[in-house]
Design a protein around this ligand. Structure first.
Ligand code: NAP
Ligand code: GDD
Length: 340
């Protein structure tokens, strides 16, 4: 696909891996709005099935350029980096579903660790001055020894996903320290939106609320309702990624709201938003419990606030309502709310 509507000679060039995902789509919109020439790496199959696989990019598709590549192939990443020669690279692509990482540790490590290594090595070889953002995660804290967690909190990952992100974090720091590259990790806490994948608990809940409210379903089966997460909005969080790459020196930052809520809180609010009592519909199912759970994640983003004035705008309650409303609307109009 070669849909180009950008003055690539003049604009700053940003390359996004994982551009088809939740964060990638919001980040692409943010960067296009800032006048960047935006390039994305997507899997080859996505180019053959844009209607389905590029649905989150509908708002920006005419303004970005996509290249086929795979995190499993150093050669493909090297080729794209050589063609694009980016000024900034946002590495968001990953096997991002914690539950799946218990089922297949090997592919999670391969995609998340080797993929990150290949990309860093390609950038070092081709455009060492490119500024790199690595999508770290609060899952790196895992069984955290303090609440809230900040940049100094010790890592204690509880899944191969968490381990893979710790490895990516250290790879990123090492490329900064050993080779002088401008490479940062964002340690982002959970962030959601109407574009969230259906496998994650928030979207699973809001999609089910919409279906139950429309009379199309009667039950929602969930796992651990007592787990607590610090949930923000993806649109707010991608702005922080950009800010990190605009600083005079590269560094790592926690991005979070500083407030945690339980899965049960999310469920209760989502159902009550459409006038339903969740206790009539929600059952717990051992199949959705994890072998090793992360009970509480809550972040302290004061370093990001000091450095570049970032703080979240969307509160938990508004996030839940926005997601429920989007899923209800999408069901009523038979649309995919990832478009919204
Ligand atoms: P997401 O919606 O699941 O998107 C993941 C992206 O990675 C998709 O574009 C996917 O492409 C791509 N991808 C996966 N495996 C790939 C492979 N082997 N080769 C090429 N591309 C591949 O995730 P997200 O919520 O936007 O999160 C973005 C990043 O932030 C991820 O690294 C995630 O681990 C991290 N993170 C997310 C959160 C959060 O709460 N959302 C918090 C902390 C960190 P396809 O469309 O082809 O599958
Ligand atoms: N997915 C899912 N499905 N989770 C459930 C369910 C269920 O049916 N029932 C309860 N949960 C609980 C999980 O056990 C977990 O404690 C919590 O809900 C959140 O699960 P997810 O929404 O799957 O997200 P996550 O916190 O494991 O991971 C997300 O956030 C990380 C940052 O902390 C992902 O976006 C990761 O990529 C990201 O790094």
């Amino acid at each position: 696909m070669e849909i180009v509507n950008i003055d690539a000679m003049q604009a700053k060039r940003a390359l996004i891996t994982g551009i088809t995902g939740q964060d990638g789509s919001y980040l692409a919109e943010w960067l296009v709005g800032k006048g960047y020439a935006v390039y994305g790496i997507v899997r080859r199959v996505a180019l053959a099935d844009p209607e389905r696989r590029l649905s989150r990019l509908r708002n920006v598709l005419p303004n970005i350029q996509l290249h086929a590549g795979s995190l499993e192939s150093y050669a493909s990443l090297h080729n794209v980096v050589e063609q694009v020669r980016p000024d900034e690279c946002y590495h968001l692509a990953a096997q991002s579903f914690v539950t799946y990482s218990f089922d297949d540790e090997f592919s999670t490590f391969n995609t998340n660790i080797n993929g990150t290594h290949y990309l860093l090595a390609a950038i070092k070889g081709v455009v060492p001055g490119c500024r790199v953002y690595f999508a770290g995660s609060s899952e790196m804290f895992g069984k955290a020894e303090e609440v809230p967690q900040n940049e100094s909190t010790r890592f204690h990952p509880r899944s191969s996903y968490g381990i893979s992100k710790v490895a990516g974090f250290h790879l990123t720091s090492n490329y900064r320290e050993a080779y002088g590259m401008y490479a940062c990790s964002g340690i982002l806490f959970n962030h959601e939106s109407p574009r969230r994948g259906y496998e994650f608990v928030t979207r699973k809940i809001t999609a089910a609320v919409a279906a139950i409210n429309a009379g199309r379903s009667q039950e929602l089966r969930l796992g651990n309702l007592e787990a607590r997460r610090d949930w923000g909005h993806s649109r707010d969080y991608v702005e922080a990624m950009w800010h990190m790459l605009q600083q005079p020196t590269p560094d790592d930052y926690v991005i979070a709201t500083g407030k945690d809520h339980s899965v049960r809180d999310f469920v209760e609010l989502a159902f009550s938003h459409v006038g339903l009592d969740y206790r009539q519909y929600v059952t717990t199912d051992p199949a959705f419990f994890r072998p090793a759970e992360v009970n509480v994640l809550c972040g302290d983003a004061s370093k990001a606030k000091r450095a570049f004035g970032w703080s979240h705008r969307v509160e938990f309650e508004d996030l839940v309502r926005e997601m429920v409303d989007a899923d209800c609307r999408a069901l009523a109009t038979a649309q995919n709310s990832a478009f919204l």
